[in-house]
Design a protein. Structure first.
Length: 106
């Protein structure tokens, strides 16, 4: 997995890790949001929750792939959190309240 880029030029071509990175960044661009805006964070969390609800809760290949996407979204949110700390910006309460799912699933 490549490093998360929290800065992006809306007119620049991008290489995305997966469909969820594409969806999150497209959402930000479409609504003219910054990647650390609460609305973008909420959207990323909603994508994670959709994946969680779609799990069959077995060891199927499908569930294993979904868990990888959940982990990716959690790492993405962690990167945003760390970036906000480094910039000494206000930390969204949405990020603070988000629980790690994958730690309990494995």
């Amino acid at each position: 997995m490549k490093n998360f880029s929290l800065n992006f030029d809306k007119n620049e071509k991008h290489d995305y890790d997966n469909e969820y990175e594409f969806k999150i960044k497209l959402f930000a661009i479409k609504h003219n949001y910054n990647l650390f805006d609460d609305k973008v964070i909420q959207y990323a969390i909603s994508l994670k929750n959709e994946i969680i609800y779609s799990l069959e809760k077995n060891s199927s290949k499908s569930d294993q792939i979904k868990v990888k996407y959940i982990e990716w979204i959690e790492k993405y949110l962690d990167a945003i959190h760390e970036n906000l700390i480094e910039r000494k910006m206000k930390i969204s309460t949405i990020i603070k309240k988000t629980q790690k799912f994958c730690l309990y699933f494995k």
